[in-house]
Design a protein around this ligand. Structure first.
Ligand code: CP3
Length: 358
């Protein structure tokens, strides 16, 4: 059984990860890293092999919980992120999805309103149930002081994979559909908004105490489309979650949005803004302050591959820039597979030592 909401809340009060959302600026910022569970860890590769495939790993609560815990055991991050994938949503909706080893996702592409008939929003329960079971298991197994982040992909980013049928550098098929037939494309986005609300609500009920919405391809749209396909759908998800769970913070990660991130923050009502590697320092340090939003980011994941002084120097710069502010240390995008695990240990030590000295 998942813990009751009241019990979960009283424990959550002790999780330092959540302090910035209550208005506190910690001398040592809380930290976690996007893709902290993954192929750079030998124990992840072992569990994945045991599961016999990436999606099987996502849908086997015992193994998904195990890989979620692996980076917590090694590094003692302030938050764990549920191990799953943003493409679990199309998969649960009934779109055929495979992950071939080393190749990335392949989906049976949806290109028109007629294709939407292949999706069954009423049938997501079975697969989502497995994810909720993982969350409940994690809340039992995690140290009390560790927060648990649930997540989904933002409708726009998930749609880009559903329409393209695979990863792409320009998200052309989704952009073309959205220009050609905005009303038809809106039906897909609406389905994703509704399904994401069900998905995130279930994760919170099972024990997640923070949520992140990943919008990896937010940066591929011009202004008007950014508003319609990124901001509006995200706002609807945030509003629905806030109605049900007003104390659970939501972090938005509109990667590549640049200056439009300010608009994104004020319109969507997110509590935290994930900053990618290219976010300019004046925005990280000052511009978001007026929005009263927690800032998260933004070390280049490739500096974590390099390690050494180059990494340390940039870490120190970020910590100095964000000193005294409501800040969560993270990368600007996910950890890459070639990252040496010892560099992650060095990073954790650096962030915590610097805080000590401050
Ligand atoms: O540790 C964590 O961050 C939690 C788990 C997590 C994964 N994917 C595991 C994963 C999270 C939060 C995601 C989010 C995700 N998935 C995003 C948004 C964030 C981002 O990175 O931009 C996107 C776009 C996806 C879709 C996706 N999943 C792609 C394009 C790929 C293939 C590319 C790659 O990195 O392999 C995946 C696979 C995937 N998701 C892996 C992991 C650990 C690797 C799969 C494997 O073990 O073979």
């Amino acid at each position: 059984m998942p813990p009751s909401t009241t019990a979960a809340n009283s424990k959550a009060a002790h999780r330092r990860f959540l302090a910035p959302f209550r208005g506190e600026a910690l001398a040592i910022p809380p930290m976690w890293l996007m893709r902290q569970a993954g192929r750079y860890l030998p124990e992840y590769r072992e569990t994945r092999a045991k599961a016999g495939g990436f999606l099987k790993l996502c849908y086997t609560p015992e193994l998904a919980a195990e890989v979620t815990l692996q980076p917590i055991r090694r590094y003692g991050f302030d938050a764990a992120i549920l191990f799953s994938d943003i493409l679990v949503v199309p998969d649960a909706l009934g779109q055929k999805l495979t992950f071939a080893e080393g190749e990335g996702p392949r989906l049976e592409a949806i290109r028109s309103v007629a294709d939407l008939g292949r999706l069954s929003p009423e049938k997501t329960g079975e697969k989502f149930g497995k994810v909720f079971e993982t969350v409940a298991r994690l809340r039992q197994d995690l140290p009390d002081e560790t927060a648990l982040i649930g997540f989904c992909g933002a409708p726009w980013t998930v749609a880009t994979y559903m329409v393209q049928g695979e990863g792409s550098t320009d998200q052309a098929e989704a952009r073309l559909w959205a220009y050609r037939d905005p009303d038809g494309f809106a039906s897909l986005i609406d389905t994703l908004v509704d399904t994401s609300i069900v998905y995130l609500d279930g994760q919170v009920k099972a024990g997640a105490d923070c949520l992140q919405i990943f919008d990896t391809w937010a940066g591929s749209l011009p202004d008007t489309e950014f508003d319609r396909w990124v901001v509006e759908p995200t706002k609807r998800i945030v509003e629905a979650l806030k109605e049900r769970h007003p104390t659970v913070p939501i972090i938005g990660f509109p990667r590549g949005a640049g200056a439009s991130s300010l608009w994104y923050v004020s319109e969507t009502g997110v509590d935290g803004i994930g900053c990618d590697t290219a976010m300019p320092p004046y925005m990280m340090g000052e511009a978001f302050e007026e929005e009263e939003v927690v800032v998260q980011g933004n070390l280049d994941p490739l500096l974590l591959v390099t390690g050494g002084d180059a990494m340390d120097e940039r870490v120190d710069e970020i910590l100095e820039l964000m000193d005294g502010k409501r800040f969560i240390f993270n990368l600007g995008h996910g950890i890459v597979p070639q990252t040496p695990p010892e560099n992650v240990a060095r990073l954790v030590e650096r962030v915590r030592r610097q805080g000590d000295a401050a």
